[in-house]
Design a protein around this ligand. Sequence first.
Ligand code: ATP
Ligand code: MG
Length: 321
Amino acid sequence: MTSLSGITPSGRLTLGNHLGALRRFTDPDGFYFVANLHAMTTKHDPRRLVSLTREMATLMLAAGLPPGTVFVQSDVPAHAQLAYLLECTSYVGELSRMIQYKEKGRGRPMTRASLFTYPCLMAADILLYGTDLVPVGGDQDQHVELARDVAIRFNREYGETFVVPQLQKAALAMRIKDLANPTAKMSKSDVDDAVGTIRLLDPPDVIRRQIMRAVTDSDGEVRHDEQAKPGVTNLLEILASCTDGDPVELATAYSTYGALKTDVADAVLAVIEPLQKEYARLASDPGGVDAMLAAGRDRAIEASRPRLQAAARAMGLAGSL
Ligand code: ATP
Ligand code: MG
């Protein structure tokens, strides 16, 4: 099983991204990429995209992802090339049903065409590497379904070319919530200075302060109860995730919110500080980072070439892409 995952540089990485994604990207045969092509479907600032892409790639390396697995999506032209072939395999009807497009684009003339077609790019991301299992958070289910439908249709119309991926539902179910608004997910695209969003590269004292100010409730009891006590439950989930503990059991050790918050802050910083140190070390050697990303790029180009070529030939493109 090949593991594959892309993260869109739509903002600076959060604690949620680390605990829910980066930390689990451990497959030495995996493909982990900064999905910068996906960050252009809505209005974007090119200079910010450059810096977010570099920061994210460096953080992925700093998080200890296996060497050679990390690359930048746009460095591997096969993604955009296959995406076009898949646009020629998909229907307007199925793309119109995509939730993102329905919510952010439909009926608005100034919507970028790429917001409509990007599920084909995502299908390309998946299908290029012969990935059979795609672990996703629930918000991505629909996209993986589309990748499946497109792969099945392509194989039927042009001959067996792609592995049809399976959906691994709820594989990434754990969700860290916003500290200031614990019924909402913590997201990297939240505004830059959102008080409830912990950024992996924020100064440790800022992170500690954010945790100490996390919204709780007024009944004073430390208990795991997502409905009645979302704030306290989120803190317990974070603590459990950082210490490999059980959130329900951990609750019994605390009688005050203050003590819980102090331990959460210590546990989060114990995870984040080594990451920041490694990030600083890597960032001070840009040539070294370039070399690691080039290795990831070359491996991804090699691995994706056969499927891209096969798809192009099957569709009637002579020569090679
Ligand atoms: P955006 O606001 O751009 O959607 P995001 O923070 O939700 O940003 P994604 O790019 O959607 O990040 O997802 C990247 C990875 O991080 C995915 O594997 C996703 O499951 C994981 N992830 C995102 N947010 C959280 C969270 N709050 N808790 C746990 N995992 C998360
Ligand atoms: Mg998201």
